[in-house]
Design a protein around this ligand. Sequence first.
Ligand code: NAI
Ligand code: MG
Length: 500
Amino acid sequence: MTDTSPNLARLGDAARDFIARGRGLFIDGEWRQRDAQIEVFDPATAKRVTSVPRGNAADVDLAVAAARRAFDEGPWAKMTPADRGKLVWRLGDLVERHADELAELEAIDNGKPVTDARWGDVAFSHELLRYMAGWSTKLTGETIPLSQPAPFHAYTLREPVGVCAQIVPWNFSFMMAIWKVAPALATGCTIVLKPAEQTPLTALRLAELVEEAGFPNGVFNVVTGLGEEAGAALAAHDDVDKVAFTGSTEVGKKILEAAKGNLKKVSLELGGKSPMILFADADLDVAIPAIASGIFYNMGQTCTAGSRLYVEDSIADAVHEALAEHAQGLRIGPGLDPATQIGPLVSAEQQAKVLGYIQSGVGDGARLLCGGRHHGDDGYFVEPTILADTAPHMAVVKEEIFGPVLVSATFADGDVASAVREANDSIYGLAASVFTQDIDKAHAVAKRIKAGTVGINTHHVIDPALPFGGFGQSGWGREMGWSAIELYTELKSIGVALKR
Ligand code: NAI
Ligand code: MG
């Protein structure tokens, strides 16, 4: 396991130079080295890429103190909204300028296809930075007429919430960081970011770009480290005003516990088990590729993955055949090969978990339509897999697998109510999709689905302007759009007693 990954040779010069720089923690505008390190592996080969500091609670204290000073006393607090917006926009430009390098770093660190990283993760990130930059100058309050016996002038101010802890996962490491960093910077907050221990590289590269953009020291800090160490210390810290988390529902509940000490604000984007409902009147030329990408994009390691399919009985056989053919045609390989469509999973742990679920599904009586095995001799690959004839009680139907595994069940022809009932039978409620050409049915079903985002004739629907978040145990709060600004601001009411 200590051999260096041969895929390092596939990186461009910029990505290789970044790895060679061996960055430390980024605190108060300075790079700090630490003896304790976390190894970073290439999931395509299970071989070493580099290592990063294993930041601890003392490092979190330093980073939070820097973020506090920058928020309370630094030039950041006095900066005009327009200048702040320009900095955020400039960061978006830098992300775009270094997009190929960032995509390669993500591909070697997480395993994902570099083409998806470039045109999905990174492209979305620079556009989100630009979108949020625009809000900087629009954080207005209101004047509010009061009904007091004495005359009043009352108004509201929208102010940044303060020091923000942002704890992000490994599945879209860079993009998840930007989802949180962009609105926090646009509103004038300061940040301590903790990337996932599996994928710390792009957060450190982001810190270099923040430096280059010219943000004042302490506005943005990165502490790499373990969840139960650096992450837990951040979530519990008394001088943190808000914690934003994306990851498992299990850890989301721990974040909530940890945050309770000082009642810091909490926003959570958690797991999902998102249903896709396919009606017999759908256009299958649209639906089949959309459903396949709904589950297999990013190897199913997507919080919104369309992991449960409900298909109308009369078309089920044809649909299963078409989906299996599509799945078997997907090109499996290392993320750094631009032609790869399915890369490895992020870790040996994730691979074992996913293969274990497939076994449990088959053991519970599901019918394996395709895939089901690991792929290749090294690396954490799992074949795109479809399990048919699944039933509501099975673990593969109830639990988030977070891998390229679709479970499929049928509903009786015309029985819209049972399709909706099955789709809603989950503790989660992040996303869903409905495939039909009947406009009335499409909107009626979309309205009855319990999920934060519903796609009609498409599955993954994300945009910088469109609120994103979960019902049920999929989370608290909405990112993107104005909703994200609300997560990073406090509303203050001011009343002036006027002389009669
Ligand atoms: P996780 O929820 O443990 O990790 C996400 C982030 O939380 C990482 O930065 C981690 O370091 C941090 N963390 C872990 N424990 C913490 C704690 N006690 N206090 C503060 N921060 C903590 O996810 P993990 O273990 O990597 O994956 C396990 C499962 O979680 C996956 O198989 C998948 O089902 C789900 N998951 C869901 C994600 C989503 O986007 N909804 C993302 C990642 C994982
Ligand atoms: Mg964990």
